[in-house]
Design a protein around this ligand. Sequence first.
Ligand code: NDP
Length: 480
Amino acid sequence: MQKIHNYINGEFIAPVDGKYLDNYEPATGQIYSQIAQSNANDLELAVKAAELAQQDWADLPSEQRSILLMKLAAAIESASEELAKAEAIDNGKPISFARNVDCYRSAANIRFFANAATQFSTDCHDMGKIGVNYTLRQPVGIVACISPWNLPLYLFTWKIAPALATGNCVIAKPSEITPMTAFIFSRLCIEVGIPKGVINILHGSGPSIGAPLVDHPKVKAVSFTGGSATGRAIAASVAPKLKKFSLELGGKNPSLVFADCNFEATVKEVVRSAFSNQGQICLCASRIYVEQSIYEKFKSAFVELVEQIKIGDPLDETTQHGALVSQAHFDKVYSYIQLAQQEGGKIISGGKKVTLSGRCGKGYFIEPTLVEGLSDDCRVNQEEVFGPLCSIQPFIDEKDALSKANGTEYGLAVSIWSQDISRCHRLSSQLDFGIVWINTWLLRDLRTPFGGMKSSGMGREGGFEAMRFFTEPKNVCIKY
Ligand code: NDP
């Protein structure tokens, strides 16, 4: 059986203590590979490698770092079919989604920050005849990049690319549930000649390697994407040590549909926003609020489209809805579908486990599910489910829509669907979310700040925000 090894100092290395975890294919429920269960011993090797590499990498002119990152982006594109298939097997997502979203964006992330490396500039504060200040932006040093399982290579590259572009050495930990594309990525790093020790990838569980990694005294900054509970634990560990940290956490994203929306386009896009990647995108809409005058019409059109979504083997090109990522996550999502009914909700589409024929007979499939009739404060409308379960409710007016949208502990992303541009601007300024989309969803410009408010995170990724996070500003003041 294939073994997924760590990537340390430019080489594949077995875990020091020889321990492995089983890696499951979600579509079949079968173990298909084994992952290094790394611990503090493996971490020491990675830290040593990164320490040795750090100065040379930081001293390399940014153009040289940019050229290497461009090569890495091209290598991802060349390996796109291999990566897409690996992601579909490892995560359960449809291969077409893995190819067009995960692989495409992974290469785009790296290319974007390769360009940013050559465009990033620093401030100068002129004091007239007295003197001048300029600000150096120097790499932080060794940084930890920890990523989740929903968009494995996509979110992994979103972190390591700015870290490398700004001259840091990285120790990265992909999710133990979806390690395969990071493993393939290690090989691509060797192929394009990323210097040894500049990037090190440690596999294994959160407690075994994630916690020691963020805690290590030589790790100077932590960039984390994952659940809010893990984010809080990481903040509690690193804050007393005064390390830099950036947290991209969970969401409970609303979609606000007004009667004056462009109806057909809105129905289509709101379905996409609710169920893409089996609802396992931190930005997916899980609360749909519709102005009461079009509620019934919208609901019927929405259900009609949802029922056309093709559930199937992730490796089938025509599949639109694949498997959930793990047995544990499948159980969690299904328990929330049951909870929705206990809380007084009515399932109006989906709601059932799906047993496919053939090789996927034991896979973790759940229908895209829509529930109505829930109260604003029930658990299903307040807690992040992170799966194909979405609630729909009418709202009375703009004030009601605003209060419903802002009424959870989360503040990641919101979509407004309306042709009244004044209303859209007015609401945008009052919505407590890091990302507001108007008449669109998941339209991304990589230069913009990305992240959430409230329990959805601290700090922002994207563009120069990420470049600033991975650098220390040092002001130099000169008196004439
Ligand atoms: P988790 O918080 O469980 O895990 C995220 C990563 O942290 C994994 O690599 C995990 O390892 C690791 N980890 C777990 N415990 C620790 C620890 N104590 N110290 C350091 N690392 C640790 O999230 P999921 O993987 O379940 O991902 C889903 C969550 O991610 C959802 O809440 C989703 O909203 C959020 N997310 C947020 C995004 C955003 O940009 N705001 C984007 C995408 C997802 P292991 O896998 O071994 O547990």
